[in-house]
Write a protein that binds this ligand. Structure first.
Ligand code: PGA
Length: 250
């Protein structure tokens, strides 16, 4: 049985004050979350204090990215060691905003995936197609290509160390959620593709859905056979909404 995971991607939002409040709200509601593994990914400058606030609760902390290198002259980057040092158990890798706005290629994303593994951080590996790609019928090809870059570098077994988040780009931050059927179809494709290489890895791998998931649609999405949780953007910024999504797994 795969444990449901709900991860909040806070993106570039918040202040010292607001993250403190948000984290306190989430921690306070965790007694009603018994099934889901819960992770929050704050902006890097707040990771330390969020880790401190999460201490003693079941909430785990992740970063929104990780450098592909381990130390040295890489201005603006954060190494796996540093992220571990401030309490990160997970790192989001290959988010579509990183790919589209900051030019991260499949190859770079794969290297970041490798860096996370070598530093004992679990990659929360994001994949997904744009609207144009969906409309031209290449959704599965795009997801396969993004996964293949990691498999080429690290081997299929490496996927067992992380989590995949399928996030159709057209559903991120748009309020336009994939239907449960649409999402399930791609999740099943992803699992099937991995199963053709290693059935055990595919069976154990958690595949989250991301893209306008909210308290109203979470239960039905997470109820699909191949959807093992969610990566939540907008709705993770309100403790009440985020907790409601976590409770969808109860
Ligand atoms: P959203 O973002 O929930 O606001 O659509 C999801 C994500 O980007 O991870």
């Amino acid at each position: 049985m795969r444990q449901v995971m709900v991860a909040g991607n806070w993106k570039m939002n918040g202040s010292s004050e607001s993250v403190k409040e948000l984290m306190a709200g989430i921690a306070a509601g965790m007694s009603s979350v018994t099934k889901a593994e819960v992770v929050v990914c704050p902006p890097a400058v707040y990771i330390s204090r969020v880790s401190g606030a999460a201490d003693g609760s079941a909430v785990k902390v992740g970063s929104q990215n990780i450098c592909d290198e381990d130390s040295g002259a890489f201005t603006g980057e954060l190494s796996g060691d540093m992220l571990k040092d401030v309490g990160c158990e997970y790192a989001i890798i290959g988010h579509s905003e990183r790919r589209a706005l900051y030019g991260e290629t499949d190859e770079l994303v794969a290297k970041r995936f490798a860096a996370a593994r070598r530093n004992g951080i679990k990659p929360l590996f994001c994949i997904g197609e744009t609207l144009e790609e969906r409309e031209s019928g290449v959704t599965n090809d795009v997801c396969a290509r993004q996964i293949d870059a990691v498999i080429a570098l690290e081997g299929v077994e490496a996927l067992a160390d992380g989590v995949i988040a399928y996030e159709p780009v057209w559903a991120i931050g748009t309020g336009k959620v994939a239907t449960p059927e649409q999402a399930q179809e791609v999740h099943a494709f992803i699992r099937g593709k991995i199963a053709s290489l290693n059935a055990e890895v595919a069976e154990g791998l958690r595949i989250l859905y991301g893209g306008s998931m909210n308290p109203g649609n979470a239960k039905e999405l997470i109820g699909q056979p191949d959807i093992d949780g969610g990566l939540i953007g907008g709705a993770s910024l309100k403790a009440e909404d985020f907790l409601a999504i976590c409770q969808a797994a109860e």
